[in-house]
Design a protein around this ligand. Structure first.
Ligand SMILES: Cc1ncc(COP(=O)(O)O)c(C=O)c1O
Length: 444
């Protein structure tokens, strides 16, 4: 068959077999591709020219809305001036500036910033920091981590070992040793409750039980997402996070908050830690850190943890033996600084906080639809659970495809739809999102 014959018979497809898509049913995608070619503000445009409202901030990361010119300009200027500086033993001005700006935003006392390239790497880095801290203080026996059912901490082996979602673990062997899981906080008693549920603070006592069972002297850290994100916006019960903090303090266990989704205004303040009034010892970030215009993650570290590791190392030696080729890369640092400027200038965290009641009213207004089994939400983040149909997750998957065809992008996880609009959203956008959700839920 010559070339002319091929082009007459079939239109060459943009979607080819070479690219193996992450967390995607690839074969299904190739049959029904959903291609995005452009974005601006609250909207995507598909390759068919359809306008699609973004109800998940991409993947919970484009908090300042899409295609922000200020960020693109900052990255372009940075790459023209300095494209890369070896991050081990060499510095550049942007990384110090960005770390200083971030440390102002993070909860009090979390003043030291370590840069990574993703949320998964931030989690691995946080785990190493916890281990290094205890070793520095002569408590090297503390190697265990306490995580939680339904947790998502990315896909590297640290995060997979902490994971509390079976599909993230089941194909990948036993993972790191010494990781135990508390029960999750998704309780039937908190069904359809908006914000923090009244029931379940006592689930934090699972941590005490692990202390009794394994000995505090063996436990390095307790790692939780303040709101479990990827497993369906599980808002903590009232008092739960405070209780975890108290138990950690009583037993010398570090508390790590994974704020990869909850950071940068999603909960109505800079971090969920501020919203819930609980400060961890180590905090992981990514996503909204650069408004997703550049890949980047970060870890914020308390004075106590930082100083112990620094002080234990001999003068002239590397204090924390860890780092990535692209740690603190100039381009994402420039993107991050421009992103923080936008958050500040446009008051986006306050704006999200002000819009939250309207947003939650709209989402909880879907409760009467027969296929909806539960709704949860806090700040500008909510989940709508659908009754499964066939295998778990099939209905959720069909739902997000149909939504896209109806002009709305969101992320589903299993049979839950996760709704987290950019913080630039206005009431009219929330109305559009609610309308498309209602229309699609009626036929799914
Ligand atoms: C809480 C949490 N931690 C870690 C990660 C992993 O981040 P990344 O995909 O950037 O590695 C995610 C991603 O969604 C997340 O939600």
């Amino acid at each position: 068959m010559d070339h002319a014959e091929t082009s007459l018979r079939e239109k060459p497809s943009l979607v080819t077999d070479e690219y193996w898509m992450p967390f995607t049913p690839n074969r299904d995608f190739r049959r029904e591709p959903k291609i995005i070619v452009r974005a601006e503000g609250m909207y995507y445009w598909s390759d068919r020219g359809d306008k699609v409202i973004d109800a998940s901030s991409g993947l919970f990361c484009v908090n300042a809305g899409h295609a922000r010119k200020e960020i693109a300009d900052a990255v372009g200027a940075q790459l023209r001036e300095l494209d890369f500086a070896a991050p081990f033993t060499r510095g550049h001005p942007r990384q110090f500036e960005f770390a200083r700006r971030l440390a102002k935003l993070t909860p009090a006392g979390l003043n030291h910033i370590f840069f990574t390239n993703s949320g998964s790497e931030s989690i691995d880095s946080a785990m190493k920091l916890a281990l290094a801290y205890h070793q520095a203080r002569g408590q090297g026996g503390r190697t265990m981590f306490v995580s939680r059912e339904r947790a998502y901490h990315g896909v590297n082996f640290g995060g997979v070992s902490l994971a509390g979602i079976v599909n993230n673990r089941r194909r990948y062997g036993p993972g790191l040793p010494g990781i135990v899981h508390m029960r999750h906080t998704h309780l039937p008693q908190n069904h359809l409750v908006r914000g923090e549920g009244e029931h379940g603070a006592e689930l934090a006592d699972d941590l005490s039980r692990f202390v009794t069972l394994h000995g505090a002297e063996n436990i390095a850290a307790c790692v939780v997402e303040p709101i479990a994100g990827s497993s369906g916006c599980l808002v903590p019960p009232k008092g739960y996070l405070k209780r975890l903090r108290e138990i950690c303090d009583a037993h010398g266990i570090l508390l790590v908050f994974d704020e990869v989704i909850t950071g940068f205004g999603r909960t109505g303040q800079a971090f969920a830690s501020h919203s819930f009034g609980v400060t961890p010892d180590i905090m992981t970030m990514a996503k909204g850190l650069t408004n997703a215009a550049q890949p980047m993650g970060a870890v914020a570290i308390s004075e106590r943890v930082h100083d112990a590791i620094m002080d234990a190392a001999q003068e002239g030696t590397i204090e924390f033996f860890h780092g990535y080729t692209y740690s603190g890369h100039p381009a994402p640092c420039a993107a991050g600084i421009a992103t923080l400027d936008i958050y500040e200038r446009e008051g986006l965290f306050e704006r999200g906080r002000a819009l939250s009641p309207y947003f939650l009213d709209a989402v909880f207004g879907l409760e009467d639809i027969p296929v909806v089994t539960d709704i949860r939400g806090y700040g500008m983040f909510a989940a709508v659970d659908l009754a499964p149909s066939g295998l778990p997750g099939l209905r959720g998957h069909a739902f997000q495809k149909k939504l896209f065809d109806n002009g709305l992008h969101l992320k589903t996880t299993g049979d839950s739809a996760l709704i987290a609009p950019p913080l630039i959203a206005e009431k009219k956008h929330i109305d559009v999102i609610a309308d498309i959700l209602r229309k699609t839920l009626a036929v799914i």
